[in-house]
Design a protein around this ligand. Sequence first.
Ligand code: GLU
Length: 472
Amino acid sequence: MTFPLKSRFAPSPTGLIHFGNVRTALFNALLSRKAGGTFLLRIEDTDAARSREEYILALQEDLNWLGLAWQEGDGTGGHFGPYRQSGRSAIYEQHLRILEGENRVYPCFCSAVELEVSRKIQASSGKPPRYGGKCAHLKPDEIASKKQQGLPYTLRFRMPRGESIRFDDLVRGSQHFPTDEIGDFIIRRSDGTFAFFYVNALDDALMQVTHVLRGEDHLTNTPRQIAILDALSMPVPQYGHISLIVDGAGAPLSKRSGSLSVQELREIGYFAIAVNNYLARLGHNYQDNRLLSLDELAAAFAIENLGRAPARYDRTQLDYWQAQALQQTDSAALAAWLGQAASQWVPEKDLENFADAVRDNVLFPHDAAIWAEAIYSDRLPMSDEALAILEETPAEFFRAAADLLARDLDFRAFAQGVKEKTGCSGKKLFLPLRAALTGQTHGPEMPRILPLIGFDRARHRLMQHVLNNDID
Ligand code: GLU
């Protein structure tokens, strides 16, 4: 029997979600969306000391904001819960009993110091560090006596010897790992908590996950996980290890090299669709270079198009998609997005027109403040360039302009009138008008902003330069 495709995102809630992990979520969500399958959210909170409820809430908010709905999992429910690993200890214990019954786990009483010494010896003889197997063959009475003495112990998984674990990675192709290179590894720590390898693999199998796309840093974990599932005779999902995201210098992307959390992106004012379009192309090739909806991104998503080379993070590319998203946002949504940056200056009735006027001149709401001020302030800030232009333009120019300004505020007709009256054209016409009316030498289109400046304010601004330049 084949199951419908089920992908998953399995974050550890120990911090806010950053670029790397949200891209993993996106790829998994696109994969299941394309196949009409299920996207599952599992919270891997076995590290009780570092996991926090606030991070779980934050990551759910991030996924919702990005539109990456999960049809099964934490907060949604489903047949295979609980979906937080902290609530699944009984399930993990139960499967440990099966492994014990098959002699695939054993207690290890080696102390941290002993393990460290053994690692150093291996390192000095050029061998990769792996558990030497000291406790692998303890007799039942030795085990009983150590337990009786109250010695702390971990549980180790017994790797098969002399075999090779093979799998076809969805992204990296055929992989094989000789089991002799993998030491017996811990699946339950001495404090009773479970290790990642075990619970992650077990949960994927129990939750009937069919596809796992995750960072390539997990590639070497995969043979261990497959060995566990084989020992339990459980199904192994198809794994695909996606390339890491690196910064401009080729180092793994970190907070220091500019990685932002999804929360920060949202607060800066990025549109979810811009973030999705950027991330979907970070390590995945799309033929279509237009801004795509999530459904379109999903329709064109293909595992074959996932690259193996590291994906380079480039903020200017992200900003490119932000500009694209701005173009297709309707006026009302744009006005709402501008929020406070606009509303502290712009009268309610003008908000949508203002948003349309500044659409090409902003990437984020705070960029709009300068234009709001340039339109509505009674004490217009002047750029140095504007001041220079204003100083070299004679008073008669502004007198003519002030006289010709009509109440319909049709900028084209107005500029034409000034041109005819003064003989100025091109830059000599438009720059002084813009400088006097906005205090800047560039900015949103004048035909859009003159009506917002309004007749009285515009006339006053022009007249000021008649007076100023007369005094000179
Ligand atoms: N909790 C693991 C992590 O955040 C999940 C890894 C996986 O996707 O298998 O790295």
